[in-house]
Design a protein around this ligand. Structure first.
Ligand SMILES: Cc1cc2nc3c(=O)[nH]c(=O)nc-3n(C[C@H](O)[C@H](O)[C@H](O)COP(=O)(O)O)c2cc1C
Length: 440
């Protein structure tokens, strides 16, 4: 018997609806389900009511099945794009020109670094569920390209808190760059200077605050990360040193009242690199702001409530981050935080400058953050891995990302990055993956 065209249309349509799930349930399965449904109901009638009932039941069925299907997909350190690190002799790096995309740097690092040092960079907290989600969530967010748009003049130039840079991405603060290169943070600062992108060294850097500042090229703007020390004399001294060395802004880390439980790293006896004050509150944030004229941006905002509190307490910017998922496992990914804010208090993106990082590896990842209203997007681990190749490696990463961004923006049909908004994203599908706050 030829298939009933109405059944075919309906099931193909439903296939599209559920295509956001991964793997997509195919139209064939849906057709079988629908035929089964008709059989159970003992009816040949395909009325609107029957279709409606079938749709509702199938939706319920798939909403139960899809998350488990998704969870069953094994995590890939890097998607397979044909980079064969196995041909490189053990203990050697590939040639830099073989690094064609940002994830290649991590494959090279895992191959080259000793397991203890690699584990320090790579570690997430707990079972690393948040680490994996921060990376995987981007592939669940779909782009909606527009066509027939002149994209010949895309500029990546951007302004961050009044300072001009050549790209809307930056080098996020990460401790101990010396594990990858003897010149440690100096390479990162120099590459950022040569390319005119923002770099914010960590307070737990291998090099001293002043040593990093000394390699800045004339006019180069850098921010600095700050942990709020329990020792108030040290805290005052840290702030003064950052200011005196010429840094133009401070990211104060607020997502680590105490260090996270980092299982992978703990196997190798890594000591704590911070002495964060667990008593640090919004009131102390106000006091900290009185210690300097530099803008102090809370780094590690993970909810719409805290984004609003930061604005209430006069923060000149906020930084959405879960510390590379190193603090609290199963904390929502920063992309989800951006969505949460966009859904519940979109004015945040207008009232304050929003930075974000976490799992960013592709040009499209950056475009998704920008579409939600984030203005500057950070990368942590990739830059640390790129430092294995020295300053040249860091610059190679920056060039790759700039190139990808232009290519991706062109194919998305965005002539000007400032035009990006959620119309370029499939928001409906996206919201199916995030926790939506109860507005009642
Ligand atoms: C090895 C390592 C060290 C880090 N050290 C710091 C730090 O000292 N201060 C801080 O605020 N964040 C630190 N972070 C978090 C980064 O600033 C950033 O939030 C995170 O790496 C972004 O995620 P990504 O690695 O997926 O890009 C560190 C991250 C890594 C991987």
């Amino acid at each position: 018997m030829p298939p009933n065209p109405r059944v075919v249309n309906l099931t193909v349509g439903l296939g599209n609806v559920f295509e956001g799930s991964d793997p997509p349930p195919c139209s064939h399965t849906l057709r079988q389900l629908f035929l089964l449904f008709l059989q159970v109901h003992g009816s040949e009638d395909i009325s609107t009511k029957t279709i409606h009932e079938f749709t509702m039941r199938t939706a319920i069925l798939f909403s139960a099945l899809v998350p488990s299907a998704f969870a069953a997909i094994p995590f890939l350190n890097e998607p397979d794009t044909g980079f064969n690190i196995e041909v490189v002799p053990t203990g050697q790096l590939p040639t830099l020109s073989d690094i064609k995309a940002i994830p290649d740097f991590e494959a090279a690092a895992r191959h080259f670094m000793n397991v203890s040092d690699y584990s320090y960079y790579r570690t997430g907290a707990g079972g690393e569920f948040a680490y994996r989600r921060s990376l995987e969530i981007f592939s669940q967010v779909k782009l909606r390209p527009r066509t027939l748009i002149d994209v010949t003049n895309i500029s990546l130039n951007t302004t961050i808190l009044g300072y001009d840079f050549t790209a809307p991405f930056f080098i996020a603060p990460a401790a101990l760059a010396g594990l990858t290169h003897p010149r440690a943070e100096l390479n990162l600062a120099e590459a950022a200077g040569a390319e005119n992108i923002l770099y914010a060294p960590s307070l737990s850097a291998t090099m001293k605050i002043e040593e990093i500042a000394a390699v800045a090229v004339p006019g180069q703007v850098m921010f600095h990360q700050l942990y709020v020390s329990r020792n108030k004399t040290k805290l005052a001294s840290d702030v003064k040193r950052i200011e005196a060395a010429g840094f133009k802004g401070i990211f104060v880390t607020v997502d680590n009242p105490i260090e996270g439980s980092r299982t992978r790293e703990s196997r190798y006896g890594w000591p704590l690199t911070t002495d964060s004050d667990p008593k640090f509150t919004w009131e102390s944030y106000r006091q900290l702001r009185n210690m300097t004229l530099l803008p102090i941006i809370p780094k590690g905002i993970q909810s719409v409530e805290d984004a609003l509190l930061a604005i209430q307490h006069g923060a000149p910017g906020i930084y959405l981050s879960n510390h590379g998922a190193r603090q609290l496992d199963t904390s929502q990914s920063p992309l989800e935080v951006a969505i949460e804010i966009h859904e519940n208090a979109p004015e945040v993106f207008k009232k304050t400058f929003v930075f974000a990082d976490g799992g960013v590896r592709y040009g499209t990842d950056i475009l998704k953050f920008l579409a939600l209203g984030v203005k500057a997007v950070g990368l942590g681990r990739p830059f640390m891995y790129s430092n294995l190749f020295g300053k040249e490696g860091v610059q190679h990463l920056i060039d790759l990302m700039k190139e990808e961004l232009v290519i991706d923006a062109s194919n998305l049909g965005v002539a000007d990055l400032k035009q990006l908004d959620t119309k370029w994203l499939n928001m409906g599908r996206l919201l199916a993956f995030v926790y939506r706050l109860d507005k009642s």
